[in-house]
Structures are given as structure tokens and as C-alpha cells.
Design a protein. Structure first.
Length: 197
């Protein structure tokens, strides 16, 4: 069993996220994180060597949560378009909100190019795998992904396009409208002659 409970770790990470968003990475200290989490500094240091370690663990947790949410968003008996929208939003809406909710959003995402690149690659590859599995299931029911160059190309297209929308839209209503447009166009392109997509 861990010296620091999973509940405490989650509280520390939540505190880190709150403070990094509120004050930025540079102005947040380990003491601030411990105080916000309601734990002793020694408890925080038992799990994390410094605030960068908190940030790295937080980034990994946010990615894990995004992928788990995207995987869980797909529902039986729901249209391909509605499922695709739910899956994209489960993955990206939290990121969009983080970027827009604080003036420190870009600082957090730009903090470490290597860390950001590694986590972004992990997120993208995980999301592509989820989309490819869902597209294969839809293809088995009659949908076609030839317009995209196949299932893998479809998954890559959605991943890249949804990411572009996330970074280029400025408000949540604009973001949601752009995702809905992407989903409608994509579902129409994937629809088979019987309209199964």
C-alpha cells in the first residue's frame, strides 16, 4: 500500500490544478498546494519531489481521465453522430475549458514542450484507437469510411480536426457549434446507403 493514500493524491492533484489555473505554474508553491489540498507539506513531499512532479502527474491524470471519458461516452442504441459528438466532447471539453477559464491556460500547456508533446501523443494515439474501434463496429453495421481513406484515416482526421477546433475557437458556444458541424459532416460522409451511420 502507498504511503500516501489515493484519496490524498487526488486531492493534491486537484489542488495543483486549481492553483496552477488560478496563479500559474511559476507563482504556485508546494506550500500553496499542500494548504489547498488540506495536507501537511511533508505528506505532499512524500509523493511529489517538487511542483513539476505535481504538474507531470496532473497532466498524466488529465489525459487518463480524458481517454476514460471518451471510451465510456459511446452508448449502444445511439446514432453514430451523437456517439461521435459525445466521445469528442468527453475527451476535449475539459481541455477547452481549462484553456479558456484562466489567463494561465496557455502557460500550463506551454510549460514544457517535451512533456506536452509526450502527453499529446499519448492522448492522440489513445483517442485514435478508440475512434478506430468505434468506426470498425459502425462499418460492420453498414457505415463506410472510404471517403476518409479507411477507418484509420477517419480516426486520424477526427483527432486532428477536433484538436484544431479546440485550439482555434474562443468561446464554448463556438466550440460546441464547430464540433456539431464536424460531427454532422463526418456522419454524412460515413453514412451508408441504408443510413446506418
Amino acid at each position: 500500500m502507498s504511503i500516501v493514500s489515493d484519496n490524498n493524491v487526488r486531492r493534491m492533484l486537484d489542488a495543483g490544478l486549481t492553483l496552477f489555473a488560478r496563479h500559474g505554474f511559476k507563482r504556485t508553491s508546494m506550500s500553496d498546494i499542500a494548504r489547498e489540498a488540506g495536507v501537511a507539506r511533508a505528506t505532499l513531499y512524500l509523493r511529489f519531489a517538487d511542483k513539476r512532479a505535481v504538474f507531470e502527474a496532473l497532466a498524466a491524470t488529465v489525459i487518463d481521465d480524458a481517454l476514460a471519458g471518451a471510451e465510456a461516452a459511446w452508448r449502444d442504441g445511439v446514432s453514430f453522430a451523437d456517439n461521435l459528438e459525445a466521445t469528442i466532447l468527453a475527451k476535449d471539453l475539459r481541455f477547452f475549458s481549462l484553456l479558456r477559464a484562466t489567463p494561465h491556460g496557455s502557460e500550463l500547456f506551454d510549460l514544457d514542450a517535451d512533456l506536452a508533446r509526450t502527453q499529446a501523443e499519448r492522448l492522440d494515439s489513445g483517442f485514435k484507437a478508440i475512434l478506430a474501434r468505434r468506426a470498425e463496429a459502425a462499418a460492420a453495421e453498414g457505415a463506410t469510411f472510404e471517403a476518409f481513406g479507411g477507418v484509420a484515416a477517419f480516426a486520424a482526421f477526427i483527432t486532428v480536426t477536433a484538436a484544431g477546433i479546440k485550439y482555434e475557437t474562443r468561446s464554448e458556444p463556438d466550440y460546441l457549434a464547430a464540433i456539431r458541424m464536424l460531427v454532422r459532416v463526418t456522419a454524412a460522409a460515413a453514412r451508408s446507403a441504408t443510413g446506418t451511420a
